[in-house]
Design a protein around this ligand. Structure first.
Ligand SMILES: [Zn+2]
Length: 63
């Protein structure tokens, strides 16, 4: 029996101690709040319309 929980894998790709609250579908990794920035805004992302990271960035630019 393995202790395979989603919780363990949902860690920020840059900060193993931080909770990966946001998921980048393009790169398949979780990011914490301070890392939730699209790293390749110019590169086509087929998940963009539903990407929370992209939405957050977009919203940030408007303000
Ligand atoms: Zn982070």
């Amino acid at each position: 029996m393995s202790a395979n929980t989603d919780y363990d894998t949902r860690r920020c790709a840059n900060h193993p101690d931080a909770e990966g609250r946001y998921y980048c579908s393009k790169y398949g990794r979780h990011l914490c709040e301070s890392c939730a920035v699209c790293v390749d805004p110019k590169l086509y992302c087929k998940f963009r319309s539903q990407c929370i990271i992209w939405e957050l960035e977009k919203y940030d630019r408007l303000n």
